[in-house]
Design a protein around this ligand. Structure first.
Ligand SMILES: NC(=O)c1ccc[n+]([C@@H]2O[C@H](COP(=O)([O-])OP(=O)(O)OC[C@H]3O[C@@H](n4cnc5c(N)ncnc54)[C@H](O)[C@@H]3O)[C@@H](O)[C@H]2O)c1
Length: 361
């Protein structure tokens, strides 16, 4: 298979694991041809560390590089839409970190341009392709819990201002617990149970100001502009009912939780922010929850797996797993939770979503 020439835009915190994996475990299908960052030292450091042929310091330069077929956009969320749009306009496929955009309109714009140009657009998270969630998918697809009746997920914590060096963005437009962490939970849930047709939710801002206690901004107050506790109910197209809470407002030290309840049993899904297990299964005729082996590959940090799958899909002429309809469905869902609370109404999802085949093993 001819490798796909990839350009990585954004050489910040998360770029290390992407570049390690794209130049390592996924190098049979991916060739990292260039890196780019508006902070030149970051691009140069990444170029040197990962042996990348070219480093650029502006988006215009990397977009003009005709060798590059696919842009991996791992910039900050406010740059996801503009960088993806530049890539698509330049005739390149685009894979983006989560979220696809910070509002639905910007997501729709990208999907329209990708469709018009016949280019691939998709994005993170790719943890749903990890061994843990794929094992859960196999259990469900093979009938171990019967028909899915309900799902439940929650991500609860007291916010990030006690440890993050610059936590303000978590409380501004495009932030909040739903846009920050929701993509992991929602991507996992729709991969296990299919598309959602509508959402009803409530949100609140429990604390209008947050006090930073981390360094270097210790003592600074943040005005909170977005909901920080979001709880809602999703009606899946299959008839299953899902509940999701994302919160920066509560004290809790439980592990992140996703549960799937079927007509014949239940599954406790591993943390969707990771790739591995544990997976726990309870059967109607069994003794209670028991851990089952994670039978699918990619159990360790395999960030970049979605990019590798997109590259393979490009060469094989199939739809990638972390594709545009999935990424947009998740953005649409996150917006719907907020809109339902604002309007007091049930919000129907704008576009459908079809699960792709399981990754297999
Ligand atoms: N850090 C994590 O643990 C983590 C985990 C999962 C997902 N993510 C996601 O990955 C993305 C990046 O996160 P991060 O923590 O690496 O952020 P970061 O701020 O550390 O890095 C972003 C980099 O992008 C560069 N950049 C910004 N705009 C640019 C542009 N237009 N062109 C080129 N470079 C540009 C910045 O200079 C910076 O170096 C975010 O969407 C985040 O949600 C991060």
């Amino acid at each position: 298979m001819k490798k796909v020439n990839v350009g990585v835009v954004g050489c910040g915190n998360i770029s290390g694991i992407y570049l390690t994996n794209l130049t390592g475990m996924f190098s049979s299908v991916v060739n990292v041809a260039a890196v780019c960052d508006i902070i030149p030292e970051r691009a140069l450091d990444a170029q040197k560390k990962y042996g990348v042929p070219k480093a650029y310091f502006t988006d215009d330069e990397i977009m003009a590089d005709e060798e590059i077929e696919l842009i991996v956009n791992i910039t900050t969320p406010d740059q996801h839409c503009p960088v993806n749009m530049m890539a698509l306009a330049a005739g390149k496929h685009a894979y983006c970190e989560k979220p696809l955009a910070t509002c639905r309109k910007d997501g729709e714009k990208q999907v329209a341009l990708a469709e018009e140009k016949g280019l691939l657009l998709g994005g993170a998270p790719d943890t749903f392709l990890g061994g843990g969630i794929q094992t859960c998918r196999k259990l469900i697809d093979d009938g171990w819990i019967g028909d899915v009746v309900a799902l439940n997920a929650s991500m609860r914590c007291r916010g990030h201002e006690s440890w993050h060096p610059g936590p303000e963005f978590y409380y501004k437009a495009g932030g909040g617990p739903m846009f920050d962490m929701g993509p992991y939970y929602l991507t996992c849930m729709i991969n296990l149970a299919g598309a959602v047709s509508s959402v009803m939710a409530y949100t609140r801002i429990s604390f209008p100001q947050r006090l930073i206690t981390s360094q270097p901004l210790n003592g600074t107050l943040i005005d909170v502009d977005v909901p920080t506790h979001i709880a809602g109910v999703m009606k899946f197209a299959s008839g299953a009912i899902g509940t999701l809470t994302t919160s920066f407002d509560v004290y809790d030290d439980h592990q992140a939780l996703v549960e799937v309840f079927g007509s014949k049993g239940s599954i406790i899904v591993p943390d969707p922010n990771g790739f591995g297990g544990p997976v726990k299964l309870m059967r109607a005729d069994g003794p209670g929850y028991e851990e089952v082996p994670v039978v699918c590959p990619y159990r360790d940090n395999s960030r970049g797996l979605g990019v590798a799958d997109m590259c393979r899909a490009l060469r094989e002429g199939r739809t990638p797993r972390a594709n545009c309809s999935q990424t947009f469905h998740v953005l649409d869902l996150m917006c719907a939770f907020h809109e339902s609370s604002d309007s007091g109404k049930e919000i129907a999802l704008k576009r459908g979503f079809e699960r792709q085949s399981a990754l297999g093993f």
